[in-house]
Design a protein around this ligand. Structure first.
Ligand SMILES: [Fe+2]
Length: 275
């Protein structure tokens, strides 16, 4: 990991001009997926707006953590590119389900590489962005990342989840009034009840695995369980302030299993916020 330190000591570091260049590239790239099909265009817009809000969240959380200068630029750049694979994924496969198509994170890394998007950065910064993008959707973050890479990978995962909670709760509200977007539900059936494996994981303080999802309630609970996978207190504070979990609860069955899950998750959040 120290192989690049000598060259990077003299290398230019990421700055606001790079960010401007990346933002322009990203906007032009997304425009190439403009579609006459309203379903495609709606989903492209959804991911574009999600990306913009993840950028904002990443910068806010990074600032709360005391990051500044190049680290703020890196946090914003990783956020900008984290879902770059989503556009071609939807355009090609008409789904955001990685299981039914491709791993959108690895796919995004391939897009950044084949378009030489990050070549203007020094190698350390370039690798940091690519790793953060590659690992942002892992169920459990890989071990073996070094200090600064680990920080940025964690930061991106927090910022992404914070905005997915917003997208998901907005969507469940809209769904209740009849507008269904199968792409956002991973094409899971909206059947009653919750799966025992999902309940079991969550009351034991563990996140839910995609392979255990059987219906839409399970998926909502997987999103509830992300609270266990939040890395930084400023993110948890925002989760609490914005009331996303209460919102999710209102879209789940009013049964003892669901109450137990929320008791466990709330307890976890409050103990981290109060420590
Ligand atoms: Fe993603």
């Amino acid at each position: 990991m120290h192989g690049n330190d000598v060259s990077d000591a003299v290398a230019r570091r990421i700055n606001s001009e790079d960010l401007k260049h990346f933002n322009d590239w990203f906007d032009a790239y997304v425009k190439t997926f403009a579609s006459d099909d309203p379903e495609v265009q709606m989903n492209i817009n959804l991911k574009y707006q999600h990306t913009r809000r993840v950028c904002r969240a990443a910068v806010e959380i990074a600032s709360d953590l005391g990051l500044a200068g190049p680290d703020l630029c890196l946090a914003e750049t990783a956020a900008l590119f984290h879902d770059v694979g989503r556009f071609e994924q939807f355009w090609r496969y008409r789904t955001f389900s990685d299981k039914r198509s491709v791993n959108h994170a690895a796919f995004g890394v391939g897009i950044l590489r084949s378009n030489d998007v990050l070549l203007r950065l020094n190698e350390t910064e370039r690798i940091l962005i690519l790793k953060s993008v590659a690992f942002h959707n892992q169920a459990v973050l890989s071990e073996g990342l070094d200090g600064r890479c680990l920080l940025h990978a964690r930061l991106l995962r927090d910022a992404d989840k914070l905005d997915i909670w917003r997208v998901a709760t907005d969507y469940y509200r809209q769904r209740a009034s009849g507008t269904i977007n199968a792409g956002l539900e991973l094409n899971l059936p909206d059947t009653p009840g919750i799966s025992p494996e999902v309940h079991e994981s969550l009351i034991n303080g563990q996140t839910v695995l995609f392979e255990n999802l059987r219906n839409l309630n399970d998926f909502k609970l997987l999103q509830v369980g992300w609270a266990y996978d939040i890395n930084f207190v400023p993110t948890l504070q925002r989760l609490k302030d914005r009331g996303y979990l209460e919102d999710l609860k209102s879209f789940l069955p009013d049964c003892s299993e669901v109450h137990e899950v929320f008791a466990a998750v709330t307890n976890h959040i409050n103990s981290r916020l109060n420590s």
